[in-house]
Design a binder for this molecule. Structure first.
Ligand code: FES
Length: 578
């Protein structure tokens, strides 16, 4: 960008700078005069104030160590913006740290997306850089940016480093769950579990496995909203800071190119992102988030299409929880570009990215491949199909999913007796009771953890193995819920049963002792109970969806959509979906 915009029109280089969205005092000249008077109180010159403006969303928070490097990254973004002749303006929005959000971070995702959208719209900026990282932050920001409609670019904080426990490499949070499972099974004692607690998270940054945060970073790059090669650099590296500087430069270029999110996040780009999700063995949460982002742009993510793509897209990334490595290894192996090179024949190459080049141009211009063993070639996949399969049946007429790449092969075709927990509290009360009537072949069912149920669809779908079975060495069972699970978890776990129990979906009427059949091969999840019996149970139970008296919870419960609609608020989706 050449520098200043025309001071009279403010639009000489495609920007309006500080003149955008003037506060309404009934006199536009006075509004601008007043705005400049106040900002000059912070020491800005007229020269600075005539420049195009790049907003930078700072989600640094003491409650969010996944964004603990925000100060360094913001400084680098500012440098990039100023090197390109524009004015950086940093501002805060809600920040959500996964393990600090009650009842669950997903409950707050839509609130963060509204904050993002409205503060982008309310304040004068010609483009915006969004700093996210922890699980729900990147989807919230992409949803908000899609709705706000000005040029936007995603930056992520980067993955944390791995640590070591007694000589073994560990990282959050697949190893958190593994060690906690060993502690529950009484294989390790109090002292060791507290040592592990000190080692799992070796630095600031987001979880170091292919959990939801890493998944969303890779998907944002696959969508074209993160510059090519910008997803995987760990949080505390020079690479991460250079990416931040480049993001600032690109944000200014987006202004002249008038490259808005709807021109980048097209139907073709979402299909590419689905391929990336499947090929990385990514978090199941990625489907819900992509559906919500697409819904803001009037685009639909079709679960049957996802399943069809999955049958021709193998898992290529050898990262936990499906494989063995961590994000820092993926970055050393070339990151997402290495994967996209491999997936090239399956991708829509003509889609635009934030660099102003198409995905095909980016792939063709990328560095030459080199020997590495984190990203497998198509001929030697980690898993022959995509990581996620879509299931349907009388329990889940609008779909359910299973992360087949992280499931036990012996349980993927399984029929068993249902052991039902009506809600999380019921499960917490009974699961470790030695008197619990349970055997390894049973199917654990947890209801009422869907979008409206808990509320916020908590990541409670990873039901623990009952202690009495864990002690006997049982490490996996078929588990079914209408909730989600962390992207860092593994097991034969059916999730997102839709419609959920709390609004009276058929899942509400499963009872202990019923037979359930799971067939991943046939893509089915069936309750082996007659329609007549289910209808009688529905009449007897008469389920009333949950309500709330006031505040955000009231808005949430009155507006929340189901998993197949992205768990977005109905009034935030694009006009064609309302
Ligand atoms: Fe923030 Fe895992 S807790 S990414």
């Amino acid at each position: 960008m050449s520098g200043k915009s025309d001071p009279k029109t403010g639009t000489g280089d495609g920007s309006e700078g500080l003149r955008r969205g003037l506060t309404n005092y009934g006199d536009l000249g006075f509004s601008l005069f007043l705005r400049k008077a106040f900002i000059k109180g912070a020491g800005y010159s007229d020269d600075a104030l005539e420049r195009p403006v790049v907003g930078i969303i700072n989600t640094g928070s003491a409650y969010n160590p996944c964004h603990g490097n925000a100060p360094q990254l913001i400084e680098a973004v500012r440098r990039g913006v100023m090197l390109s002749g524009a004015l950086p303006m940093e501002f805060p929005t809600i920040s959500i740290g996964e393990s600090f959000a009650n009842p669950t971070s997903m409950y707050l995702r839509n609130l963060m997306s509204m904050d993002t959208e409205e503060m982008i719209r309310a304040q004068p900026m010609d483009a915006v850089v969004m700093l996210g990282g922890c699980d729900k932050t990147v989807p919230a920001q992409l949803m908000g940016a899609a709705s706000a409609g000005i040029p936007a670019i995603q930056l992520v904080s980067g993955a944390m480093l791995t640590g070591a426990h007694r000589g073994e490499r560990v990282g959050a949070c697949t190893d958190c769950r593994r060690f906690w499972g060993r502690y529950r099974a009484e294989e390790i004692d109090e002292q060791e579990i507290s040592e592990v607690n000190n080692s799992l998270v070796a630095s600031v940054g987001f979880c170091s496995v292919m959990g939801t945060a890493s998944t969303m970073a890779c998907l944002a790059e696959g969508l074209g909203m993160i510059p090519f090669g910008g997803a995987t650099a760990p949080a505390v590296t020079a690479d991460r800071i250079r990416i931040a500087e480049r993001t600032g430069v690109l944000a200014v270029e987006l202004i002249t190119r008038k490259l808005t999110p709807d021109r980048i996040m097209t139907a073709g780009a979402f299909e590419n992102a689905l391929r990336v999700l499947l090929a990385i063995g990514g978090s199941t949460n990625g489907i819900i988030h992509l559906t919500a982002i697409a819904g803001r742009l009037g685009l639909r993510i079709d679960l049957d299409r996802l399943d069809a793509i999955g049958r021709e897209t193998p898992v290529l990334i050898d990262l936990k929880p499906s494989g063995q490595y961590y994000m820092e290894d993926f970055h050393r192996a070339g990151g997402v570009p290495t994967l996209l090179r491999e997936l090239r024949p399956l991708l829509n190459l003509d889609v635009m990215t934030v660099t102003g080049r198409t995905l095909g141009e980016e792939i063709d211009g990328s560095a030459a491949p080199f020997p590495q063993d984190v990203v497998r070639p198509m001929a030697k996949p980690i898993y022959p199909q995509g990581g996620i399969a879509v299931l349907r049946g009388n329990m889940a007429p609008r779909g359910a999913i299973i992360k087949q790449s992280a499931a036990s092969p012996t349980l993927m075709e399984h029929e068993g007796r249902a052991l039902v927990f009506e809600n999380v509290e019921d499960m917490a009360r009974r699961i470790d009771d030695d008197a619990l009537d349970v055997s390894a072949g049973d199917i654990l069912v947890l209801k009422n953890i869907g979008p409206a149920g808990a509320p916020g669809m908590p990541e409670a779908g990873y039901l623990p193995i009952p202690k009495k079975l864990a002690r006997r060495g049982v490490t996996d069972m078929v588990r079914i819920s209408d909730g989600r699970m962390s992207g860092t978890a593994a097991g034969t776990i059916v999730l997102h049963v839709t419609p959920e129990a709390a609004i009276g979906g058929p899942f509400a009427f499963v009872e202990t002792g019923d037979r359930i059949r799971l067939s991943v091969r046939e893509r089915s999840i069936s309750l082996l109970v007659s329609e007549a019996v289910l209808a009688r149970r529905a009449t007897e139970k008469r389920i009333a969806p949950p309500t709330a008296e006031r505040g955000y919870r009231k808005l949430f419960l009155e507006s929340i959509t189901q998993a197949d609609e992205g768990v977005d608020f109905d009034f935030l989706r694009a006009a064609n979906f309302r």
